[in-house]
Design a protein around this ligand. Structure first.
Ligand code: 3PG
Length: 219
């Protein structure tokens, strides 16, 4: 059960780096989540893009202490209801619709991070009360330079860029004051999940935490 005091800022802020996980086989969920938690990345987005995803979230919550699983790829109020049913700590979407924003507003017990790509889309979600947003697909829509430009007209908005992010541009994203966290599948590529390469995934995550994240977290 999500505490109402949790907000997207409180949930995303300490994470800084959020692996986007495509879990096709439910048995992979727990070892994968355990690997990421042990590597220092407890917050993870499980895309509701596979049949296994809802069960994966439920199993992670039950079996991996410290994990903060979020539901990603949330497109409809129905997806949001699934995310709530399985206990996702929060939900994210690559975009938004009126129906989705309204459903999220009606259930503030599960924080919701809508997606935007342009200033007008941002203004639409802001008018519905959302000020922490996904910037998707961030790399294609101008990368960190776009968020530098957005900072002036939208000083209070915080962004979580995803979509085409990579280790190469991580430093640039994270150094933007309006970037609260960066999401990406490169931390746990689907081929490595399929091959159950937990050591490889863990080593990469640990290295990324040490290089880009550890010094940015408040003690
Ligand atoms: C998604 O929803 O698929 C991701 O945001 C895409 O990110 P990626 O470019 O890191 O795979």
């Amino acid at each position: 059960m999500t505490s109402p005091s949790e907000t997207p800022l409180a949930l995303l802020g300490p994470a800084r780096l959020i692996p986007l996980l495509i879990i096709e086989t439910v048995e992979d969920a727990v070892p994968l989540a355990r690997t990421l938690v042990e590597a220092g990345l407890p917050t993870m987005e499980i895309a509701l893009r596979t049949k296994a995803a809802p069960h994966a979230i439920r199993n992670i919550l039950r079996e991996v202490p410290g994990a903060v699983p979020a539901a990603g790829n949330v497109m409809t109020p129905h997806d949001l209801a699934i995310a709530r049913d399985v206990g996702a700590r929060f939900a994210l979407s690559p975009g938004h619709s009126h129906a989705l924003l309204e459903a999220a507003t009606q259930h503030p017990d599960m924080p919701f991070v809508p997606g935007i790509a342009t200033p007008s889309e941002l203004m639409a979600v802001m008018s519905a009360g959302f000020h922490v947003v996904k910037f998707f697909p961030g790399a294609t829509f101008g990368g960190p330079a776009t968020l530098r430009a957005m900072a002036a007209p939208f000083p209070h908005v915080r962004f979580c860029p995803t979509g085409g992010t990579s280790e190469a541009d991580l430093e640039d994203w994270l150094s933007q004051p309006n970037v609260i966290a960066v999401g990406g599948s490169w931390l746990a590529p689907i081929e490595e999940i399929r091959a159950r390469q937990w050591t490889r995934i863990g080593d990469r995550a640990r290295a990324a935490v040490a290089k880009y994240i550890a010094h940015r977290r408040t003690p």
